[in-house]
Design a protein around this ligand. Structure first.
Ligand SMILES: [Cu+2]
Length: 76
């Protein structure tokens, strides 16, 4: 399992954060997705043998927002 932090741009309210979180959680291989609206980040725990960072960013884009990897990892 890989735990990465995405920087998410374009979120303005809790509804946006919910959309991004739902988009990430709906992906194959994603176990945890936690969006922080104030920090504009999404913490994602995913199985790197099933899912890729590009796949995560693509899902965020499809939900109407932009994201990129910060190359930071996070701890539970
Ligand atoms: Cu919103």
């Amino acid at each position: 399992m890989e735990k990465i932090v995405l920087k998410v741009n374009g979120m303005t309210c809790g509804h946006c954060a919910g959309k991004v979180e739902k988009a990430l959680k709906s992906l194959q291989g994603v176990e945890v997705a936690k969006v922080d609206l104030k920090k504009e980040t999404a913490k994602v725990k995913y199985d790197e043998s099933i899912q890729t960072i590009d796949g995560l960013n693509e899902a965020v884009r499809e939900a109407g927002y932009e994201s990129e990897s910060t190359h930071k990892r996070w701890l539970i």
